[in-house]
Design a binder for this molecule. Structure first.
Ligand code: TRP
Length: 341
Protein backbone atom coordinates (compact mmCIF):
# COMPACT_ATOMS: atom_id res chain seq x y z
CA UNK A 1 0.00 0.00 0.00
CA UNK A 2 1.20 3.50 -0.75
CA UNK A 3 2.64 5.24 2.29
CA UNK A 4 1.55 8.87 2.55
CA UNK A 5 2.98 11.43 4.98
CA UNK A 6 2.01 15.04 5.46
CA UNK A 7 2.56 17.61 8.13
CA UNK A 8 0.91 20.72 9.42
CA UNK A 9 2.86 23.38 11.25
CA UNK A 10 1.37 24.88 14.43
CA UNK A 11 2.37 28.46 13.70
CA UNK A 12 -1.11 29.90 13.46
CA UNK A 13 -4.77 29.03 13.63
CA UNK A 14 -5.79 26.67 10.85
CA UNK A 15 -7.66 28.28 8.01
CA UNK A 16 -10.25 27.53 5.38
CA UNK A 17 -7.27 27.28 3.03
CA UNK A 18 -5.74 24.47 5.09
CA UNK A 19 -9.08 22.70 5.15
CA UNK A 20 -10.17 22.96 1.52
CA UNK A 21 -6.62 22.72 0.20
CA UNK A 22 -5.43 19.76 2.24
CA UNK A 23 -7.17 18.45 5.35
CA UNK A 24 -10.48 17.61 3.71
CA UNK A 25 -8.74 15.50 1.10
CA UNK A 26 -6.66 13.74 3.74
CA UNK A 27 -9.88 12.73 5.46
CA UNK A 28 -11.94 11.90 2.38
CA UNK A 29 -9.32 10.28 0.18
CA UNK A 30 -5.86 9.68 1.60
CA UNK A 31 -6.71 7.93 4.85
CA UNK A 32 -8.87 5.43 2.96
CA UNK A 33 -6.68 4.66 -0.03
CA UNK A 34 -3.26 4.70 1.57
CA UNK A 35 -1.27 3.93 4.68
CA UNK A 36 -1.26 7.53 5.85
CA UNK A 37 0.47 9.49 8.60
CA UNK A 38 -0.51 13.04 9.54
CA UNK A 39 1.80 14.90 11.81
CA UNK A 40 1.58 18.14 13.76
CA UNK A 41 5.13 19.28 13.07
CA UNK A 42 5.78 21.28 16.20
CA UNK A 43 9.57 21.26 15.93
CA UNK A 44 9.16 23.25 12.73
CA UNK A 45 7.26 25.94 14.63
CA UNK A 46 10.42 26.86 16.56
CA UNK A 47 12.39 28.10 13.56
CA UNK A 48 11.23 31.71 13.88
CA UNK A 49 10.50 33.90 16.88
CA UNK A 50 7.84 32.06 18.89
CA UNK A 51 5.89 32.05 22.11
CA UNK A 52 6.22 28.66 23.87
CA UNK A 53 2.72 28.69 25.37
CA UNK A 54 1.19 29.58 22.01
CA UNK A 55 3.00 26.80 20.15
CA UNK A 56 1.81 24.31 22.77
CA UNK A 57 -1.77 25.57 22.47
CA UNK A 58 -1.71 25.59 18.68
CA UNK A 59 -0.26 22.08 18.55
CA UNK A 60 -3.09 20.69 20.63
CA UNK A 61 -5.60 22.67 18.60
CA UNK A 62 -4.19 21.49 15.27
CA UNK A 63 -4.34 17.86 16.40
CA UNK A 64 -7.91 18.33 17.60
CA UNK A 65 -8.91 19.97 14.33
CA UNK A 66 -7.36 17.16 12.29
CA UNK A 67 -9.65 14.75 14.13
CA UNK A 68 -12.58 17.16 13.83
CA UNK A 69 -11.97 17.32 10.07
CA UNK A 70 -12.53 13.59 9.91
CA UNK A 71 -9.16 11.90 10.31
CA UNK A 72 -9.93 8.59 11.94
CA UNK A 73 -7.23 7.08 14.18
CA UNK A 74 -8.50 3.64 13.14
CA UNK A 75 -7.60 4.42 9.53
CA UNK A 76 -4.50 6.58 9.78
CA UNK A 77 -1.81 7.69 12.22
CA UNK A 78 -2.19 11.13 13.77
CA UNK A 79 0.66 12.28 16.00
CA UNK A 80 2.90 15.10 17.16
CA UNK A 81 6.40 15.28 15.73
CA UNK A 82 8.23 16.00 19.00
CA UNK A 83 6.73 12.87 20.56
CA UNK A 84 8.79 10.73 18.22
CA UNK A 85 12.57 11.13 18.68
CA UNK A 86 13.35 9.52 15.34
CA UNK A 87 12.73 12.80 13.46
CA UNK A 88 15.50 14.68 15.23
CA UNK A 89 17.69 11.58 15.25
CA UNK A 90 17.49 11.20 11.50
CA UNK A 91 17.70 14.91 10.83
CA UNK A 92 21.26 15.08 12.14
CA UNK A 93 22.40 12.23 9.92
CA UNK A 94 20.81 13.91 6.90
CA UNK A 95 22.62 17.14 7.78
CA UNK A 96 25.74 15.13 7.11
CA UNK A 97 24.48 14.39 3.61
CA UNK A 98 23.07 17.80 2.69
CA UNK A 99 25.30 20.74 1.78
CA UNK A 100 25.40 24.29 2.99
CA UNK A 101 24.89 25.62 -0.55
CA UNK A 102 21.84 23.46 -1.07
CA UNK A 103 20.25 24.85 2.09
CA UNK A 104 20.94 28.47 1.23
CA UNK A 105 19.29 28.06 -2.16
CA UNK A 106 15.91 27.18 -0.65
CA UNK A 107 13.41 29.84 -1.67
CA UNK A 108 11.51 29.73 1.62
CA UNK A 109 14.70 30.13 3.58
CA UNK A 110 15.67 33.19 1.57
CA UNK A 111 12.25 34.76 1.97
CA UNK A 112 11.83 33.99 5.64
CA UNK A 113 15.39 34.93 6.55
CA UNK A 114 14.92 38.27 4.79
CA UNK A 115 11.66 38.81 6.69
CA UNK A 116 13.30 38.08 10.04
CA UNK A 117 16.17 40.46 9.28
CA UNK A 118 13.72 43.16 8.16
CA UNK A 119 12.04 42.85 11.56
CA UNK A 120 15.39 43.33 13.24
CA UNK A 121 15.56 39.73 14.44
CA UNK A 122 18.40 37.31 14.09
CA UNK A 123 17.90 34.28 11.87
CA UNK A 124 17.79 31.00 13.75
CA UNK A 125 20.08 28.28 12.47
CA UNK A 126 17.09 25.94 12.50
CA UNK A 127 15.46 28.06 9.79
CA UNK A 128 18.34 27.09 7.52
CA UNK A 129 18.24 23.41 8.45
CA UNK A 130 14.43 23.18 8.47
CA UNK A 131 14.23 21.43 5.08
CA UNK A 132 16.54 18.69 6.36
CA UNK A 133 14.23 18.06 9.31
CA UNK A 134 11.35 17.96 6.86
CA UNK A 135 13.27 15.43 4.76
CA UNK A 136 13.76 13.37 7.93
CA UNK A 137 10.00 13.52 8.62
CA UNK A 138 9.38 12.07 5.19
CA UNK A 139 12.25 9.58 4.85
CA UNK A 140 11.95 8.06 8.34
CA UNK A 141 8.63 6.50 7.29
CA UNK A 142 9.71 5.20 3.88
CA UNK A 143 7.08 7.56 2.45
CA UNK A 144 6.01 7.16 -1.16
CA UNK A 145 3.84 10.25 -1.51
CA UNK A 146 3.82 13.65 0.14
CA UNK A 147 0.67 15.66 -0.51
CA UNK A 148 1.72 19.32 -0.30
CA UNK A 149 1.05 22.68 -1.88
CA UNK A 150 3.40 24.16 -4.49
CA UNK A 151 5.24 26.20 -1.86
CA UNK A 152 6.61 22.91 -0.50
CA UNK A 153 7.64 21.14 -3.70
CA UNK A 154 11.23 22.42 -3.47
CA UNK A 155 11.50 20.88 0.00
CA UNK A 156 10.17 17.54 -1.23
CA UNK A 157 12.68 17.71 -4.08
CA UNK A 158 15.41 18.10 -1.49
CA UNK A 159 14.13 15.05 0.39
CA UNK A 160 14.34 13.10 -2.87
CA UNK A 161 17.89 14.32 -3.54
CA UNK A 162 19.02 13.40 -0.03
CA UNK A 163 17.44 9.95 -0.25
CA UNK A 164 19.13 9.22 -3.58
CA UNK A 165 22.50 10.56 -2.39
CA UNK A 166 22.38 8.61 0.87
CA UNK A 167 21.39 5.40 -0.90
CA UNK A 168 24.20 5.79 -3.44
CA UNK A 169 26.86 6.55 -0.85
CA UNK A 170 25.90 4.30 2.01
CA UNK A 171 23.66 1.63 0.57
CA UNK A 172 19.96 1.27 -0.13
CA UNK A 173 18.20 2.67 2.95
CA UNK A 174 15.46 5.11 1.97
CA UNK A 175 12.45 5.09 -0.31
CA UNK A 176 12.64 8.03 -2.74
CA UNK A 177 9.41 10.01 -2.17
CA UNK A 178 7.44 12.11 -4.60
CA UNK A 179 5.34 15.21 -4.09
CA UNK A 180 1.67 14.68 -4.84
CA UNK A 181 -0.21 17.76 -5.95
CA UNK A 182 -3.87 16.82 -5.89
CA UNK A 183 -5.66 18.26 -8.90
CA UNK A 184 -8.98 18.67 -7.19
CA UNK A 185 -7.88 20.46 -4.04
CA UNK A 186 -8.82 24.10 -3.97
CA UNK A 187 -6.20 26.79 -3.85
CA UNK A 188 -7.80 29.27 -1.50
CA UNK A 189 -6.41 32.80 -1.69
CA UNK A 190 -6.51 35.60 0.87
CA UNK A 191 -9.85 37.42 0.59
CA UNK A 192 -8.16 40.80 0.83
CA UNK A 193 -5.14 39.97 -1.34
CA UNK A 194 -6.27 37.39 -3.87
CA UNK A 195 -2.75 37.19 -5.28
CA UNK A 196 -1.46 35.48 -2.14
CA UNK A 197 -2.38 32.22 -0.51
CA UNK A 198 -4.70 32.14 2.52
CA UNK A 199 -1.91 31.07 4.85
CA UNK A 200 -2.14 30.63 8.59
CA UNK A 201 1.23 32.19 9.35
CA UNK A 202 0.33 35.52 7.73
CA UNK A 203 -0.28 38.22 10.24
CA UNK A 204 -3.96 37.45 10.59
CA UNK A 205 -6.36 39.95 9.16
CA UNK A 206 -9.74 40.19 7.54
CA UNK A 207 -8.74 38.20 4.46
CA UNK A 208 -8.32 34.93 6.33
CA UNK A 209 -11.18 32.68 7.38
CA UNK A 210 -10.19 30.52 10.32
CA UNK A 211 -11.73 27.10 10.87
CA UNK A 212 -12.96 28.18 14.26
CA UNK A 213 -14.41 31.55 13.19
CA UNK A 214 -18.00 32.13 14.31
CA UNK A 215 -20.56 32.08 11.47
CA UNK A 216 -21.05 35.85 11.68
CA UNK A 217 -17.33 36.46 11.47
CA UNK A 218 -17.16 34.22 8.39
CA UNK A 219 -20.02 36.15 6.78
CA UNK A 220 -18.41 39.49 7.52
CA UNK A 221 -15.06 38.42 6.06
CA UNK A 222 -16.58 36.98 2.90
CA UNK A 223 -18.92 39.95 2.35
CA UNK A 224 -15.90 42.29 2.63
CA UNK A 225 -13.72 40.29 0.25
CA UNK A 226 -12.12 42.47 -2.41
CA UNK A 227 -13.67 41.99 -5.79
CA UNK A 228 -12.42 43.34 -9.07
CA UNK A 229 -13.47 46.28 -11.15
CA UNK A 230 -16.26 45.35 -13.53
CA UNK A 231 -19.62 44.09 -12.43
CA UNK A 232 -20.44 40.87 -14.21
CA UNK A 233 -19.41 37.62 -12.59
CA UNK A 234 -16.90 35.78 -14.76
CA UNK A 235 -14.32 33.20 -13.82
CA UNK A 236 -10.97 34.66 -14.84
CA UNK A 237 -8.09 33.88 -12.54
CA UNK A 238 -5.67 36.31 -14.12
CA UNK A 239 -7.96 39.25 -14.84
CA UNK A 240 -10.40 38.87 -11.94
CA UNK A 241 -8.54 37.12 -9.13
CA UNK A 242 -10.89 38.28 -6.37
CA UNK A 243 -14.04 36.98 -8.03
CA UNK A 244 -12.27 33.82 -9.19
CA UNK A 245 -11.26 33.11 -5.60
CA UNK A 246 -14.86 33.43 -4.38
CA UNK A 247 -16.05 31.15 -7.18
CA UNK A 248 -13.41 28.58 -6.32
CA UNK A 249 -14.31 28.64 -2.64
CA UNK A 250 -18.00 28.29 -3.49
CA UNK A 251 -17.23 25.45 -5.90
CA UNK A 252 -15.05 23.68 -3.34
CA UNK A 253 -17.79 23.97 -0.72
CA UNK A 254 -20.72 22.93 -2.91
CA UNK A 255 -19.01 20.54 -5.29
CA UNK A 256 -19.68 22.63 -8.39
CA UNK A 257 -17.44 23.98 -11.13
CA UNK A 258 -16.21 27.58 -10.68
CA UNK A 259 -16.68 28.55 -14.31
CA UNK A 260 -20.23 27.21 -14.52
CA UNK A 261 -21.09 28.77 -11.17
CA UNK A 262 -19.89 32.15 -12.44
CA UNK A 263 -22.49 32.07 -15.18
CA UNK A 264 -25.24 31.63 -12.61
CA UNK A 265 -24.57 34.95 -10.86
CA UNK A 266 -25.60 38.40 -11.95
CA UNK A 267 -23.93 40.35 -9.15
CA UNK A 268 -20.98 40.24 -6.81
CA UNK A 269 -23.31 40.68 -3.84
CA UNK A 270 -25.28 37.52 -4.56
CA UNK A 271 -22.10 35.55 -5.14
CA UNK A 272 -20.65 36.71 -1.82
CA UNK A 273 -23.81 35.91 0.05
CA UNK A 274 -23.97 32.35 -1.27
CA UNK A 275 -20.25 31.83 -0.77
CA UNK A 276 -20.48 32.98 2.84
CA UNK A 277 -23.34 30.58 3.56
CA UNK A 278 -21.57 27.71 1.81
CA UNK A 279 -18.47 28.26 3.93
CA UNK A 280 -20.53 28.46 7.12
CA UNK A 281 -22.16 25.13 6.23
CA UNK A 282 -18.85 23.43 5.46
CA UNK A 283 -17.36 24.59 8.75
CA UNK A 284 -20.40 23.75 10.86
CA UNK A 285 -19.78 19.99 11.34
CA UNK A 286 -16.03 20.51 11.82
CA UNK A 287 -16.69 23.07 14.54
CA UNK A 288 -19.28 20.85 16.19
CA UNK A 289 -16.87 17.91 16.33
CA UNK A 290 -14.11 20.20 17.56
CA UNK A 291 -16.35 21.30 20.41
CA UNK A 292 -17.10 17.69 21.38
CA UNK A 293 -13.42 16.77 21.27
CA UNK A 294 -12.50 19.75 23.44
CA UNK A 295 -14.94 18.48 26.05
CA UNK A 296 -12.91 15.27 26.28
CA UNK A 297 -9.21 16.23 26.17
CA UNK A 298 -8.10 12.84 27.48
CA UNK A 299 -9.45 11.24 24.30
CA UNK A 300 -7.28 13.47 22.11
CA UNK A 301 -4.27 12.84 24.33
CA UNK A 302 -4.87 9.13 24.06
CA UNK A 303 -5.11 9.28 20.26
CA UNK A 304 -1.84 11.20 20.13
CA UNK A 305 -0.09 8.81 22.49
CA UNK A 306 -1.13 5.79 20.44
CA UNK A 307 -0.29 7.63 17.22
CA UNK A 308 3.21 8.41 18.47
CA UNK A 309 3.73 4.79 19.57
CA UNK A 310 2.73 3.56 16.15
CA UNK A 311 4.82 6.16 14.33
CA UNK A 312 7.89 5.40 16.46
CA UNK A 313 7.63 1.70 15.68
CA UNK A 314 7.42 2.49 11.97
CA UNK A 315 10.33 4.92 11.93
CA UNK A 316 12.72 3.14 14.24
CA UNK A 317 14.02 0.38 11.93
CA UNK A 318 14.70 2.81 9.08
CA UNK A 319 16.49 5.33 11.27
CA UNK A 320 18.51 2.53 12.90
CA UNK A 321 19.44 1.27 9.44
CA UNK A 322 20.57 4.77 8.43
CA UNK A 323 22.73 5.02 11.57
CA UNK A 324 24.42 1.74 10.80
CA UNK A 325 24.84 2.51 7.11
CA UNK A 326 26.54 5.86 7.71
CA UNK A 327 29.08 4.30 10.06
CA UNK A 328 27.76 4.78 13.58
CA UNK A 329 28.65 2.01 16.00
CA UNK A 330 25.60 0.12 17.22
CA UNK A 331 24.96 0.29 20.97
CA UNK A 332 25.72 -2.76 23.12
CA UNK A 333 22.64 -4.92 22.91
CA UNK A 334 22.25 -4.37 19.20
CA UNK A 335 25.94 -5.16 18.60
CA UNK A 336 25.59 -8.45 20.44
CA UNK A 337 22.55 -9.38 18.38
CA UNK A 338 24.34 -8.44 15.16
CA UNK A 339 27.51 -10.29 16.07
CA UNK A 340 25.48 -13.41 16.70
CA UNK A 341 24.04 -13.26 13.17
N1 TRP B 1 7.02 22.47 5.71
C1 TRP B 1 5.63 22.15 5.69
C2 TRP B 1 4.82 23.45 5.68
O1 TRP B 1 5.32 24.48 6.04
C3 TRP B 1 5.21 21.32 6.87
C4 TRP B 1 5.93 20.02 6.92
C5 TRP B 1 6.92 19.68 7.76
C6 TRP B 1 5.69 18.89 6.09
N2 TRP B 1 7.33 18.41 7.53
C7 TRP B 1 6.60 17.89 6.53
C8 TRP B 1 4.81 18.65 5.04
C9 TRP B 1 6.65 16.65 5.90
C10 TRP B 1 4.86 17.39 4.41
C11 TRP B 1 5.78 16.42 4.85
O2 TRP B 1 3.67 23.41 5.33
Amino acid sequence: MTRVFSGIKPTGHLTLGNYLGAMRRWAEVDQHGADALFCVVDLHALTVDHDPARVRRLSRQAATLLLAAGLDPQLCTVFVQSHVDEHARLSYVLECVATDGEMRRMIQYKEKAARERARGRSVRLSLLTYPVLMAADILAYRTDEVPVGDDQTQHVELARDLAVRFNQRYGQTFVVPRAARPQVAARVMNLQEPASKMGKSDDSGPGIVYLLDEPDTVRKKVMRAVTDSGRDVVYDREGRPGVANLLEILAACTGGDPRALGEAYASYGALKKDTAEAVVEVLRPVQARHKDLCADPSYVEDVLRRGADRARAMARPTVDAAYRAIGLLPAGAEAVVNAAR
